[in-house]
Design a binder for this molecule. Sequence first.
Ligand SMILES: [Zn+2]
Length: 254
Amino acid sequence: MAIENPRQSGPVGNWSDEDSGARIGRLLQGARSAATLSHKLALLDIEAQHRLAWHRSHFNPNQPRVPAGHPDGGQWTGQGGGIGIRLAARDKSIVGALLMAALHAAMLRIEAYRSKNGLLDLFERKIGTVTWTRLDGKDIFGSNSDSPTYKNVDRAAAEAMRRTLLAKYPDVMKTEKIGQMPNNAVFHAETTILLRAARENGGTLAGRTLEIYSDREICNHCEVVLPKVALELGNPSVTFIDKLGRRFTMRDGN
Ligand SMILES: [Zn+2]
């Protein structure tokens, strides 16, 4: 924060009133505290990401897990009858707490984006779906095509993607009704964010790993279409995490 002393920064507005001077001083102090807090939160976030990366490198997150909502939700399960990885209770609770903290932080970011862009109705209910990820330190959000934040460039990219998928996967994409599901999933917030991330990254996501949070559940049309979209964008490793904390990882078009 460059302004340390409001009284030295010249006459701005009415400074003759002692009360208003003190009030502005307090406001500036508050702004400095907010900046410090957000810096601390950013550091906490980096620490959490490092811990998550460490745990992911040791335990395979793609291994099947007990569905969310189940009393054992979040536990890794055995694969193909083999023996599952058994985490120490302490490690398991640390991983669980970090994943929950990351989910909570993501939902807060999405909430802030919603209020900034008016994506709440009069009753503060969410309009549409919002997705969020961070790529190279930059926040990227996605929204569905009904959202005021959805631009012409988003629609053009989604339509181009739909044309490509229709040509490549006619059986999956139902060519006889191109305006229908699951084709229309390319206009959902999940595809929007992938297309935006690719544009931010020179048109491709090849070799990248993305974790994308959504403040709704992933619909079953998206489950069909998203792996194909990701494949077209250079086959990155993408994990979608929905509002329930369920994780969907896609790679090689599946
Ligand atoms: Zn969807």
